[in-house]
Every structure is written in structure tokens, then in C-alpha cells.
Design a protein around this ligand. Structure first.
Ligand code: GLN
Ligand code: ZN
Length: 685
């Protein structure tokens, strides 16, 4: 209590502790995405009697360390309101704001200690300001900052918002009596005027004019226009130039890239280059734009080139995206009719069993891929290895007794990268890593131009897999929204336009798969939900185009061809209408960990199509028992018509071992068979 936490405890919280006996040990804390970014945080668990202590001196020690080097930094703390709102109640629900009185003393202590160590300015991040807040939260926010300010009356607080406009919280945020306010003018550009007219007297305004979470070079003329406007109104002394948010979300240094297309390079700015842009803008304001004329001209030229470049603008691709018709967004017949055709053609048993796509990726495959990419393994050899993996996966699935097979995705390192590499308008970096969580980083593709497909991307593998078996093999694609969501996306046109181009490329792939004799095609959209805008008022528009893009990708097939989709997360209630509008014939969802509670959203909505609630938690090495799966399936059939139920795991099996997957799937198949017997007994057949 009150002691500094040790590294061991920190690791235990993040990764869990495995016990010696099964069922012992401690689970890891829940991890979830930080607002609408791909960065994750551990969700604080809160109780009504929660006590808080300053348990880490990290911010203070780091401040002191920098200061010794002669640099006085501005310590950044996550704000108390955001911290509490992002936490979850460990037990029964209660009003987390009640904890404010308990947590504020810890903030006050930290601020005071930092002040004593020499800090003059503090930045306190309240990204919840970009979300919809209740009146209670808003008034708590005002009180809270009044208190923090009096803790260090001689220092200055910068209250930072980011990831979106302040929206309904604007007036409140402007009235808070702190020394400075930071606003995001990339993801909330139009708010400047209103903020300027409400900002409290003397407060400094920090202008987030440089996109902190994307890779593009700033249009400096445009940023400067905003900065001039603010400076004119407030005076230069009250204006700060900044990135829109933390630079955690973008790659570090463009200079490290040695293989980027020379035509593209001037369009980018990574973290280091963004900081140079901040300097240029500052100098333009202080010394006038002549002082940085060269830099401004370079930015202007990059933007002009980008707008005209044939790398970014491909007329036929644009024309095709513009000529999408309503008909292209609709299947030929309604679900009921398609269903009959599909049942006739596929002839599957009730409660068909299947898997989500990937099978264990062995070290051997990953090593071979690395060799192949480095040019040290001949293409024929790599292809031969992948074919043997596919054959292994098919034989394995036949052995286990699954009804609908998959090819196993051995050729894919990552479900987005694999497609990105085969689409035009998409670039890859060598060192463009961004943190995902802990020490885990990802290197997202960069969508810089019009997207199209040059040739079939998956058809060869699917056709080969299907040639090995009489059972249907599902084609396996990543959906347009997920490709968009897990990439850096061009900022010179709406995301919906880029998404539509991806959807058209996938539509062609779907058509080719169908023509190659693939009767079931799954289009994964695990990222659909995380694309939801932070403010509810914008949900409708987003869901409309997202659903439309899925339909564009999936609707060009005959009635007989069965379209699946897959999503894995823990919250479906608020998007189930949109999911139904996607009109996939079958959806598989994650549900095992919640013991099928998640199915509730589909039951309440009376979801009209077929559904496979996950009955096997693939995140754990634990093998689910047959009885356990039987129990889950019995539960499922009580609430959902059994003739529209599928049986499958929660998600892909890429990260698991073969022996464990065999045991688990065997139990899953046995369980499905038992339920089928019970069903046919009940019908007296
Ligand atoms: N088809 C993918 C797989 O099985 C789906 C992965 C996902 O939903 N994240 O690996
Ligand atoms: Zn999944």
C-alpha cells in the first residue's frame, strides 16, 4: 500500500500469471483499444471503496532526468476524468465519478512533486472531451480542474483534448480555468472559430494542426492559415503549435526508409518530420513566412504533386467507383430464397461445423516466408511448401470431421498485409512500426492512391484446396472496412471513397472465386466496430457507408453462393442493425468467453440470417470439453432457431498448436453430432 509497484506486479497485471494447477493462477487484465486508434491499454478495475496511491515515481524521475540534461519538459498525465471513465467496475455497477474525491489527492501530490522538481507547465490529457459526455461528467470536469489548479497555483496546466472536435463539450472546455487548452484541428478542424470566441481570457490555445496519427506531410499553407487566425485573435503569445495528438500513433522517422518509391517519399512525414513541421510553422508566425519560404514551397509542391500524381489518381479506378449502382449493392434474391438454393447445393447437416480460417502457423512456414521474401528461397519451392500446408490442413479437417473446410491461410502473414501487397495504391515501409501494446508493434500498410486489384489474390490457393476434397472449402477474404481500418489511409479524399475502391477490388475477387467453383466465401470484418466514430451523432453515416462497402464486395454472386462474414469482439448490441443490413448469409462471432451471452444481441434483434456463435475460446490453450460445448449448443438452440445455427470456434487458429486444435475441434464436432442426434430424436425421425 502506497509503495512503488514492482516490475513483477506490472507484468502480472499485463500478462496474467499461470498457476501450477489448472484453474489456478491469475488472468491478465482486460486490454482494449485506445479510443479509435489501434493502440491498446489495460482497463483499470474500480470498486466503490477503491483507494488510490502514488505507486510510481516514473513521471517525476523522468522529469528530473531530463532536467539534469538541461531540458525542462512538460510532464503529461492522463486526466482523472478520462482515467475513471475508461475504467470498469470490478463488481456491480456504480458511479465511477464518485471516486474523483479519492483520486484527486494523488494527482495533487504528483503535480506538487513535479512542481518542486521544477516543472512549470503540465499537460493533462482528457481525450474523453471528444466523446459524448453527460452533464454530470461535464460539471465534474470543471470542479476537478479547479482543484488541480489550486494544487499548483504558480504552475500552468494545459488541458488537452484530441481525436475529434469538442462538440457539445466545447463551451465547458473553454470555460475551465486552466492556463491552456489543446484542441485537435486535424480531426476537428471546423471548431477553431467557436473555440476562439469562447476561450477564457488569457488562456493559451494549443493548435493541433499536424496530424499526429497519420503519415502524411502537412499542408503548411493550410495549417498556417489556422494559426494566423488564432494569432490575430489571441496574440502570438497565446498561440502554441502542436501535433494533433501524441506521436505514439505514427512511425518514427521517414529517413530510415530506403526503399520507398521516390515519387511517394515527399508526401510523407513521420514523427521526426512532423516535429520539424512544428518548428517551421512557429517560425512562420514569429518571423513571418518569408523566413521559411523554402519549407513552405516544398510543402506546397508535395501537395500539388500528390493531387496530380498518376500514382494517386488512376482515372479508370475512380470512374468505376463513381459508377457503382444500387443494384450492385443487392443480392439477386432475398435471404429466404437464397437459403433454399444454398441448402440444395451445399446439402449440409443441421448445425454445420466449420472454422474461421487460419490453422496453426508453424515456425517452418514463417521461416520459409522470410527466406522467400529475402529472395533466398525459389518461388516454386515456397509454393510447394504452401501447397503441402494446405493439403495438411484439408486432410486434418476431413479427419476431424468438419463439414465446411478452409484452406488454412498458411500463405498469409497478416490478414490485411496479404491483400495490401497485392493491391495498387498501397505502400509498405521497412521501419514504420507503431506500438500496438506492450512491446508489440505493427507495421500498417499505407494506402496512398486509388486501389485496384491487378490479378486474383487468393483464387489459386482456394482452387487448390477445393481440388483436394469433396467437402466445400470456404474462400477467405479480408473485408474492405477491415483493410481500411488497419492501414494508414490517404487524407485527400473521404475514407468512404477509399473503402469503396477496396470493396470493388474484393468484388472482383469474390466473382473469380465463384467462377473457380468455390461455393462459400467468407469476408472477415473484425474491425467494423472499431471504426465507429467517437461521437454517436456520426455513427449512422459511418455505418451506412461501411455496410454499403461490404455489400458492394459481396453481392455480385449467385443465390447458391453462400456469403459468410466474421467478427470478433465483445459488444454487438449497438451495431446489430448494421450487421443485419450487411445481409451475409452466415455470420460467425466470438461468444465462447461470455458463454454465449453475446448471442443475446442477435436473439433480441431477431437476426434473420444464419449465425455461428463461437463455442471455443481460441485465446486460451485450454481444450474445451465435449460436454461443455454440448451445453453451449443446447443453450444456443433454446434461444435461436437450430436450423439457422452453425458451430465454430471464436476466431482463427493461427496462434494455436496442432495437437491442441485437434483435440478441441474433435470435441466440437462430437458435440455438434450429439445435438443433431437429439434434434432428430425429438422430431421422431
Ligand atoms: N480469417 C481470419 C483468421 O482465421 C480471421 C482473423 C480475425 O478475425 N481477426 O485468422
Ligand atoms: Zn476473429
Amino acid at each position: 500500500q502506497g509503495k512503488a509497484i514492482e516490475l513483477d506486479l506490472y507484468f502480472a497485471m499485463a500478462r496474467g500469471v499461470s498457476g501450477r494447477e489448472s484453474g489456478s493462477g491469475l488472468p491478465a487484465m482486460e486490454m482494449t483499444k485506445w479510443f479509435d486508434t489501434n493502440y491498446h491499454y489495460l482497463v483499470p478495475e474500480l470498486q466503490p471503496e477503491q483507494e488510490f496511491h502514488l505507486a510510481s515515481r516514473k513521471p517525476i524521475e523522468e522529469f528530473v532526468e531530463a532536467r539534469r540534461l538541461g531540458i525542462v519538459t512538460r510532464p503529461v498525465l492522463i486526466g482523472p476524468i478520462t482515467y475513471l471513465l475508461l475504467g470498469k467496475c470490478a463488481g456491480p455497477q456504480f458511479d465511477r465519478l464518485l471516486l474523483l474525491d479519492r483520486i484527486l489527492p494523488v494527482y495533487e501530490q504528483a503535480l506538487r512533486e513535479l512542481y518542486v522538481a521544477g516543472a512549470q507547465w503540465f499537460q493533462i490529457d482528457e481525450p474523453v472531451l471528444a466523446t459524448d459526455l453527460t452533464d454530470d461528467v461535464r460539471s465534474a470536469m470543471a470542479d476537478c480542474y479547479e482543484r488541480l489548479r489550486s494544487a499548483v497555483p504558480k504552475a500552468s496546466l494545459m488541458l488537452a483534448s484530441y481525436f475529434g472536435p469538442l462538440g457539445e463539450n466545447l463551451e465547458m472546455a473553454c470555460r475551465i480555468p486552466v492556463a491552456g487548452l489543446h484542441i485537435d484541428l486535424v480531426y476537428g478542424r471546423p471548431q477553431l472559430g467557436e473555440v476562439l470566441s469562447h476561450l477564457s481570457e488569457k488562456a493559451v490555445l494549443s493548435l493541433g494542426v499536424i496530424d499526429g496519427r497519420n503519415v502524411w506531410r502537412t499542408d503548411l499553407d493550410d495549417a498556417l492559415q489556422l494559426a494566423w487566425k488564432a494569432a490575430e485573435r489571441l496574440g502570438q503569445d497565446r498561440v502554441v503549435i502542436a501535433p494533433s495528438c501524441s506521436l505514439l500513433h505514427c512511425p518514427v522517422d521517414l529517413d530510415l526508409e530506403t526503399t520507398l518509391d521516390a515519387g511517394l517519399r515527399p508526401w510523407f512525414a513521420f514523427a521526426k518530420q512532423k516535429l520539424q513541421e512544428v518548428q517551421v510553422l512557429r517560425r512562420a508566425i514569429v518571423d513571418g513566412s518569408v523566413a521559411v519560404a523554402d519549407e513552405l514551397e516544398a510543402s506546397r509542391k508535395a501537395w500539388r504533386d500528390r493531387q496530380r500524381s498518376s500514382l494517386a489518381q488512376v482515372a479508370p479506378v475512380r470512374a468505376r467507383a463513381e459508377s457503382v449502382t444500387k443494384d450492385m449493392l443487392r443480392r439477386g434474391s432475398p435471404f429466404r430464397q437464397r437459403r433454399l438454393a444454398q441448402h440444395r447445393s451445399l446439402n449440409l447437416p443441421p448445425l454445420p461445423t466449420t472454422t474461421i480460417g487460419s490453422y496453426p502457423q508453424t515456425k517452418e512456414v514463417r521461416a520459409a516466408r522470410a527466406e522467400f521474401k529475402a529472395g533466398r528461397l525459389a518461388p516454386e519451392e515456397y509454393e510447394g511448401l504452401l501447397k503441402s500446408q494446405i493439403e495438411r490442413a484439408i486432410r486434418f479437417q476431413e479427419d476431424v470431421g468438419l463439414d465446411v473446410l478452409v484452406h488454412g491461410e498458411a500463405e498469409r502473414n497478416d490478414m490485411v498485409e496479404y491483400f495490401g501487397e497485392q493491391l495498387t495504391g498501397v505502400a509498405f515501409t521497412q521501419q514504420g512500426w507503431v506500438q500496438s501494446y506492450g512491446s508489440r508493434c505493427v507495421k500498417p500498410p499505407i494506402i496512398y492512391g486509388d486501389v485496384s486489384r491487378l490479378r486474383p489474390m487468393t483464387v489459386g490457393w482456394s482452387r487448390y484446396a477445393q481440388s483436394l476434397t469433396r467437402k466445400p472449402v470456404k474462400g477467405m477474404l479480408t473485408g474492405p472496412v477491415t483493410i481500411l481500418q488497419w492501414s494508414f489511409v490517404r487524407n485527400d479524399q473521404p475514407r468512404s471513397v477509399t473503402c469503396r475502391q477496396i470493396a470493388l477490388a474484393l468484388r472482383d475477387e469474390v466473382a473469380d472465386l465463384e467462377a473457380a467453383g468455390i461455393r462459400i466465401i467468407q469476408i472477415d470484418e473484425p474491425a467494423l466496430r472499431e471504426g465507429l466514430p467517437l461521437q454517436r451523432a456520426e455513427w449512422k453515416a459511418y455505418l451506412e457507408w461501411a455496410v454499403e462497402c461490404f455489400r458492394l464486395a459481396s453481392s455480385g454472386v449467385r443465390d447458391e453462393t453462400q456469403i459468410h462474414t466474421h467478427m470478433c469482439y465483445a459488444e454487438f448490441n449497438d451495431i446489430v442493425t448494421a450487421i443485419a443490413a450487411m445481409d451475409a448469409d452466415v455470420i460467425s462471432i466470438e461468444a465462447a468467453r461470455s458463454r454465449l451471452e453475446l448471442l443475446g444481441a442477435f436473439v433480441d434483434f431477431e437476426y434473420p440470417n444464419e449465425i455461428g456463435p463461437g463455442v471455443y475460446d481460441i485465446h486460451s490453450p485450454r481444450v474445451p470439453g465435449r460436454e461443455e460445448v454440448v451445453e453451449l449448443l443446447r443453450r444456443a438452440q433454446k434461444v435461436f432457431p437450430p436450423d439457422r445455427l452453425w458451430v465454430n470456434p471464436d476466431c482463427g487458429l493461427k496462434t494455436r498448436d496442432w495437437p491442441e486444435v485437434r483435440a478441441s475441434l474433435k470435441n466440437m464436432v462430437d458435440a455438434a453430432r450429439q445435438i443433431r442426434r437429439e434434434l432428430s430424436d425429438a422430431c421422431g425421425t
